[in-house]
Design a protein around this ligand. Structure first.
Ligand SMILES: [Zn+2]
Length: 271
């Protein structure tokens, strides 16, 4: 019979899964070279395997694909043993083919599991990516807000106006905003007197624990008497009792050498 000469579908499945032994492989390849019908069947098998692998994600299997696949596997093993007229040598060893069918099933199950776990991995990576993108967007928004605040504080063209009791004469003032836990400090001063070229103002953090003042930046006022110190390098976790400003040499000093001209105590938190 002509049908017996063709490659059984279960062997085509093995071939498609690259699970075929090398000595069988040559015979199958030789037959495929000259048989268009078997090539067509192989294309269908390949298509079904691809559909099964792809369909593991969200989509259900296409209508009947699983049944066709299973039916082919089943019909392959239940066919009567091929006669000696087959030109394909693999048809002559029945027990080996039964084992091969199981290997085919194992290979199919393994490829399904692999596709499924791959899909899970991709999904978890996608989730992680989405989470990070959200966090990054939030961070960018916070950074943008912080930058706007800093831009206003530091813009040379910004109006720096101190409101005082009416009719009071403007005096030098400074405002420090300090976050002890991170050592973050933003300082701004107004109505500072001009200094000689070799002098500068120096800002000090006066620790609450009574230790020596910590230098927190050297600055010179602009023509209007304004100046800023932004985020000078400071140790973290040093609660401040007060802030002070002295006049020091232009490059700054490690300890205050002149009387404090501006001072402000940290308001008690009412402990
Ligand atoms: Zn054929």
């Amino acid at each position: 019979m002509m049908q017996d000469e063709h490659i059984p579908q279960e062997d085509l499945v093995l071939y498609a899964m690259q699970a075929m032994r090398s000595h069988e492989l040559a015979a199958v390849r030789a037959h495929l070279d000259r048989c268009a019908e078997c090539r067509e069947t192989l294309a269908e098998v390949n298509g079904d395997l691809a559909l099964v692998a792809v369909s593991v994600e969200q989509k259900p299997l296409p209508e009947g694909a699983r049944e066709r696949f299973i039916a082919r596997m089943a019909s392959g093993t239940s066919q009567p043993s091929a006669s000696g007229s087959s030109p394909v040598s693999i048809d002559s060893r029945r027990p080996a083919r039964r084992a091969a069918a199981w290997i085919g099933w194992l290979a199919a199950a393994a490829s399904l599991l692999f596709a499924f776990s791959l899909q899970q991995k991709v999904q978890s990576l996608n989730d992680e990516l989405a989470r990070q993108q959200k966090a990054a967007a939030q961070q960018a928004q916070e950074n943008s807000r912080a930058k706007q605040v800093l831009d206003v504080l530091t813009a040379p063209t910004a109006n720096r106006v101190l409101l005082t009791a009416a009719k009071a004469k403007p005096e030098p003032t400074g405002r420090a905003v300090y976050l002890a836990e991170s050592g973050g400090l933003v300082f701004q001063a107004n109505d500072l007197g001009q200094l000689a070229q070799d002098k500068a103002y120096e800002l000090w953090v006066i620790p609450a624990n009574g230790q020596a003042p910590i230098p927190a930046g050297v600055f010179r006022p602009d023509a209007a008497g304004s100046a800023s110190v932004l985020m000078p390098p400071l140790p973290k976790g040093v609660p401040a009792k007060a802030f002070g400003v002295t006049i020091e040499k232009a490059e700054g000093s490690a300890t205050p050498t002149t009387p404090i001209i501006l001072v402000g105590a940290v308001a008690s938190t009412g402990e």
